[in-house]
Design a binder for this molecule. Sequence first.
Ligand code: ATP
Ligand code: MG
Length: 427
Amino acid sequence: MVFIEDVLSADYTGKTVTLRGFANSVRKGKNNIFIMLRDPTGIIQCVSHSGEAPFEEADRITRESSLEVEGTVRQDQRAEGGYELSISRIKIFGIAEPFPLKSGHNKVFLFDNRHLWFRSIRVTSVMKVRSTVFESIHSFFRENGFYEIQSPSFVGSSVEGGATLFSVDYFGRKAFLTQSWQLYAEAMVNSLWKIYTVAPSFRAEKSRTWRHLTEFWHAEAEVAFAGNDDIMDIEEKLIKYIIKGVLEKNRRELQVLKRDTTVLENTLRTPFPRMRYEEVIDLANKNGLKLDYGADLGSDEERVITSKLDVPIFSVNYPKKLKPFYHKPDPNDPSHVLCNDLLAPEGYGEIIGAGQRIDDKDTLIDRIKEEGLNQKDYEWYIDLRRYGSIPHSGFGLGVDRLVMWICKLPHIAYAVPFPRTMRRLFP
Ligand code: ATP
Ligand code: MG
């Protein structure tokens, strides 16, 4: 089967081809009907002339009707893409009713009609980039000796704190949807040493920001005998690997999205600076914020901090109270933890949360108590420190956030096929 991109890129001039697709637009004149045919690879102008056999069929075609056309390829400078198909035969799969989407709709209307909007060239382009991102994540880990392994989505206790837990009725008991695979990863890392997963995580995010979903795709890794610096090395290599893949495979999509790729190219070339939390606070205040030492960094703060950057930065060693219980205290300064957030430039902020895990049993129990968690729920996790504990670190990459940055989208919902947010459960 021939695709539109083949016809537009190779020399099919004079040849007869059969293409399938949807009518992206239809222009009807007295003597000619122009159908812009769209398939997953591109758009080509198809023309039917009056007096020729398929003209009556062509006249039935409405916008978004689905069809198969056979025709001869002609070079035509006036046509978008430089080629035109003179139609000799049409087979109609489905005539579309008047299509509800037109240009100029607001965001809410478009997301209400995501099932139809999904066909647009912009959405399709984002999804192709997204596909490359997922492909690259898997190939990076597999090329680097990681095992892919899964953890449950139904869990009995929280990882990232209770505030964003989704509870579900589990045969009369209370269960939760997982916020991260991490606790399970720490059990599995003891046998497999280098592991990763790509799976949805769930968080009942009540703060509606441009970067929070309630269900998001999480690429997580855990590595035995790795410290905070080692895990940053892996994160940096992964991000560079993914961006290289997109730049190689998705030039056309990035063009459709009008994405200036300067920053992406710079990201490939430049080592990611590692800044301590207090330096990041200084940077924020130099950019006009008034943050106290100890302030948490959220969407708004990170937007300001990263808006002028042209490469991601690591923000490392946060005060203990800003991070979940499992982070290892810095031996040189136990009020801080050995953690890192990777902040994307151009205003996007955190795309990875990472760090070294507590490997000492007593420290862990202290932190669980300090956070007011129920120690009983975590006994199995504490066991991992009772029986031959090892140093280990890991990270969680928000894949949808990465896609949002790579495509430079205004909101995370645009990066996801069917986004789930506090307000959106349909379609
Ligand atoms: P934030 O501070 O932005 O709420 P977080 O620090 O709670 O994020 P982590 O627990 O570190 O997030 O999760 C690891 C990664 O997962 C984050 O760096 C981010 O890329 C992604 N992530 C976390 N929460 C969400 C969400 N609600 N929607 C989309 N991605 C998310
Ligand atoms: Mg984080």
